[in-house]
Design a protein around this ligand. Sequence first.
Ligand code: NAD
Length: 256
Amino acid sequence: MKTALITGSTSGIGLGIATEFAKTKQYNIIFNGLETNGAEIAASVGKEYGIETLYSGANMLKPEELRKMVTDGIAKFGKIDILINNAGIQYVSPIDEFPDEKWNAIIAINLTSAFHLSKAVWPGMKTNKFGRIINIASAHGLNASEFKSAYVASKHGIVGLTKTLGLEGAPFNITCNAICPGYVKTPLVEKQIGDQAKAHNMSESDVVNKVMLLKQAVKEFVSVETLGQMALLLAAEHSNTITGTAISIDGGWNAQ
Ligand code: NAD
């Protein structure tokens, strides 16, 4: 059995990826997220698919909690083979009204937490000569949209971190890749539909059709199952030559 630590896995994309990993019955999973029923979610996925799970409520804003999550995971499972940096937040506002504290929180949660966690799992991965770090970036890691200055900066930053760790990990069979999804219908996006409607002065259905999916050639939300299957491919033993890259799953958004 391998062990996967997936941040922000008690909601949305993280939970979808965790479920795809659980279905294979080849991974123990360390769940994480701020949802108050996180421990129940972890236990119920474990029970449904017959795998071992651990839940940590570590806050991405607190590096000491992140390090403890890693040591707790290693204490329970012996090692961490796969790290999926997925936890993230969004805030939509024109730059002149963008609150400083939102900028700081977005950079800390979406980018700096991935640095702390990668650093914490690295020595074990090096010793084991196996590691797979997968960063859930965004189409906004490769392109920009107005009113998302902090998010776009954090996601471009994590694509840069991905390239660097891909290079540094190569001698140790540690790969690092980013997945760049287009729009996925999760609680994060449900909230954005409302925020964007205000920023653009539009109805919510116009935001979905005329703003969000406008940029995708395929006019569909990306599914969490597709993202989970890509993460499974990147996590595989035989994927050792896929590293330092950003893989778009965005309905053709980045092709334009
Ligand atoms: P979500 O809101 O459904 O889930 C986010 C998860 O992160 C939750 O479990 C939440 O508790 C956790 N989280 C947030 N702040 C945290 C903190 N301080 N400490 C610990 N955990 C924290 O959102 P989602 O749509 O599933 O997003 C997951 C990732 O995918 C994010 O990085 C997001 O930027 C990225 N992404 C989402 C979309 C999309 O359309 N939904 C598109 C591209 C990229």
